[in-house]
Design a protein around this ligand. Structure first.
Ligand code: NAD
Length: 308
């Protein structure tokens, strides 16, 4: 098996989920996190995640016990073929981590950063030689959501991005390749664009927070779980495909784009959203809602398995 031994740096929300997935795929995992409570927390997380990964068929010959906890990042990466870095999103911490692990890495190891906001270019100065360092940005939680955004640049060695993509695909991920660095990568920018207009619709009194959310999950969101927006519009004007769709709807879309809102998260806007979400949550706690969300994500993925 390729990259049989892996390392996870950081065992928080994202690191614990990556560790669970790597274990499920039959890899061993060495983890470092300075929090003394991390071992219990990560072991609990893996135990909770295991049934969902089994249901999704992600389990090959994995065992939850193939994880070890280490006293330093340098000790954790020793002998690892693939290292997933998920330390806090602060540049000095990322840079210090890279400087510490660089001398301890196997020469052919690949190191991928989970960073959501920082770009590869901002993180590369932490390395003397960043040629085997890529972005491998997951969507939370990585053990359930397939997407990983992968990026290298002109300082990345040939083949490293492709090897990272092959590794992720081998553990059940769907990868996309970014050709250029932009803040937020691709998927978070798309989320931000949708959320901006969702907030604008609430702030201008068009609909409630609950109804705007409903408009997504019961409408376009369901279609987007099957296919992307451009492919769906390719199907939106019959046999003429996307050309016919664009010919037909040019003025409509250009007009809507001119009318879309520009919002910022001011205290007033945040207040309106939190008030709306309290009513939408119907008394359920974030933990209860997360459980519900994860159960639906697993069910949706199982339902479409084999159809894609
Ligand atoms: N939370 C998300 O939705 C999400 C999604 C995709 C990517 N990410 C990215 O993943 C990374 C981690 O985010 P998170 O949400 O898991 O944060 P988190 O705060 O939940 O976890 C960070 C963990 O890192 C540990 N830590 C602190 N200093 C460390 C060090 N020097 N070495 C190793 N571990 C250290 C902390 O104890 C903590 O357990 C960030 O770069 C973030 O942008 C987050």
């Amino acid at each position: 098996m390729e990259f049989q031994h892996t390392a996870c740096l950081g065992g928080g929300v994202i690191g614990a989920s990556w560790a669970a997935l790597f274990l499920a795929s039959g890899r061993s995992v060495a983890l470092f996190d300075p929090d003394p409570a991390v071992e219990g927390r990560v072991r609990d997380y893996i135990e909770t995640a295991w049934p969902a990964m089994t249901e999704l068929g992600l389990m090959t010959r994995g065992t939850p016990d193939a994880i070890t906890f280490h006293a330093s990042a340098a000790a954790a990466v020793e002998g690892a073929g693939f290292v997933q870095e998920s330390v806090p999103e602060r540049l000095p911490i990322k840079h210090a981590t890279f400087a510490e692990i660089e001398p301890a890495l196997a020469p052919d190891a690949i190191i991928a950063s989970s960073a959501s906001g920082l770009t590869l270019g901002q993180m590369q100065p932490g390395w003397a030689d960043p040629s085997r360092f890529v972005l491998g940005h997951p969507f939370n939680p990585p053990h359930l959501i397939p997407l990983v955004e992968v990026l290298g640049n002109d300082r990345t060695a040939p083949g490293v991005v492709e090897d990272a993509q092959r590794f992720y695909e081998s553990i059940g991920k769907t990868t996309i390749r970014l050709h250029k660095e932009v803040p937020g990568h691709v998927a978070n920018r798309l989320q931000a664009a949708i959320w901006r207009e969702a907030i604008h619709l609430v702030a201008t009194g068009v609909a409630s927070v609950g109804d705007v959310d409903k408009a997504i999950w019961s409408g376009p969101g369901l279609r987007w779980a099957a296919m992307g927006p451009t492919m769906l519009f390719n199907l939106g004007a019959g046999e003429g495909g996307l050309q016919a769709f664009c010919d037909h709807f040019t003025d409509t879309f250009n007009g809507w784009w001119d009318d879309l809102g520009q919002v910022y998260l001011t205290d007033e806007v945040t207040g309106q959203l939190t008030e709306g979400i309290a009513s939408e949550a119907g008394g359920l706690s974030p933990a209860e809602l997360s459980q519900k969300r994860d159960a639906m994500i697993v069910a949706l993925q199982k339902a479409v398995a084999g159809l894609r």
